[in-house]
Design a protein around this ligand. Structure first.
Ligand code: 5AD
Ligand code: SF4
Ligand code: FES
Length: 359
């Protein structure tokens, strides 16, 4: 019985596999349980992280991703510092308290220095009051440390799948796309003192329920502080498009994503869980639904308008025709609809991280 499983103190892999497949009333039970845990631990407060996709130039060729290096069907951009700082100021003035700077993956001295300068400029322009998160892929230990010293205190690096055999099927089999390297980067980030985030895609070709259960346990075993995970959405300009016929229907991928979020909240009550934008590409109310079952972070897109269409990771990506102001207003209404309040002016650090470090 699902209600018995939910009463257990520790959920094992078999429990998780069962819970990932519940439907109807049992699914409602799962979601209510997760909602209850969220309310009791992190509270019904949602933190905003202004998302700036500052460059879509990427050296990698992940088989699922629309901005992979070999895709030439769109414009590459690299927003100049001044415009990025303007977006940061928007976040600051609107009391977002926290920013995510995301880009494709490049590893060069020039890129490293550029990001360092950018972090310093943003801190200077916003009175050192913003928490800055980076999401710029795999880098060397020196680079991660340099960025930490320049004021980045959180880092997002999705593992994409914790199953090395599945990882290989999603990436070219070369030295730039090694699962072990991804793990090593997560370790370095944690040791360097970052609040470390990871995540996976849900509903990938070849992925099983066991894989997803293991992904959840991976996050727990790795003592991850924050997670962003969402449905995989096929993109026609990528190699995985060929496997689109093997995928679960979108509506099922969406439900599975909600279950993953609910289960993660149960397994790791005090971490930060983002309501991924990809949820909204499937269901107009996708992000609100995730807030109701456990997510507590939303990333309003504040990338300057002219670039948004070109950060095209997957199809139907929402907000590409909207402004930073539009997304803010829209999300305020959505958070209220989900019965949550917005934690304006609060950093919203991961409670799990603070406890882990006795802060
Ligand atoms: N569907 C869903 N998410 C995707 N990402 C990349 N491509 C897709 C896709 N087709 C996610 C990856 C990556 C993040 C930047 O975007 O998980 O880590
Ligand atoms: Fe580049 Fe990230 Fe897309 Fe892979 S997922 S191709 S690293 S932007
Ligand atoms: Fe961007 Fe609704 S969140 S328009």
């Amino acid at each position: 019985m699902v209600s018995d499983i939910l009463k257990k103190n520790i959920l094992n892999k078999e429990d998780l596999v069962i819970l990932l497949q519940v439907n109807a009333e049992e699914k409602t039970l799962l979601f209510e349980h997760a909602a209850e845990i969220k309310k009791k631990t992190v509270g019904n407060i949602v933190y905003f992280r202004g998302l700036i996709e500052f460059s879509n130039i990427c050296a990698k060729n992940c088989f699922y991703c629309g901005i992979r290096h070999e895709n030439r069907n769109f414009n590459r951009y690299n927003i100049d510092d001044e415009h990025i700082v303007n977006s940061a100021r928007f976040a600051y003035e609107n009391k977002f308290a926290s920013l995510v700077l995301q880009s494709g993956e490049l590893s060069s001295q020039k890129f490293t220095r550029r990001v360092t300068r950018l972090l310093e400029k943003i801190h200077k322009e916003t009175n050192n009051e913003l928490r800055l998160t980076l999401s710029c892929g795999e880098q060397s230990e020196e680079t991660y440390k340099e960025w930490f010293n320049a004021g980045a205190h959180r880092y997002l690096l999705r593992i994409e799948s914790s199953n090395p055999e599945l990882y290989i099927k999603l990436h070219p089999n070369d030295k730039n796309h090694r699962f072990e390297k991804r793990l090593e980067c997560l370790n370095i980030l944690q040791n360097a003192g970052y609040q470390t985030g990871t995540g996976v895609m849900i509903g990938l070709p070849f992925q099983t329920m066991e894989d997803l259960a293991n992904d959840l346990l991976f996050m727990k075993n790795y003592k991850i502080d924050m997670v962003g995970m969402g449905p995989y959405i096929e993109h026609s300009d990528t190699p995985l498009w060929n496997y689109r016929h093997t995928l679960l229907p979108l509506a099922e991928r969406f439900q599975l994503s909600l279950k993953m979020i609910a289960l993660l909240r149960i397994l790791m009550p005090e971490i930060n869980i983002a309501s991924a934008t990809a949820l909204q590409a499937i269901d107009k109310l996708g992000r609100e639904k995730a807030l109701k079952v456990g997510a507590n972070v939303i990333m309003p897109n504040i990338t300057p308008g002219q670039y948004r269409n070109d950060y095209h990771l997957y199809q139907n990506k929402p907000c590409t025709d909207d402004s930073a102001e539009d997304c803010k207003t829209c999300l305020e209404a959505r958070v209220a609809l989900a019965g949550n309040t917005i934690g304006y002016s609060s950093w919203g650090d991961s409670k799990f991280f603070l406890n882990r470090n006795n802060i």
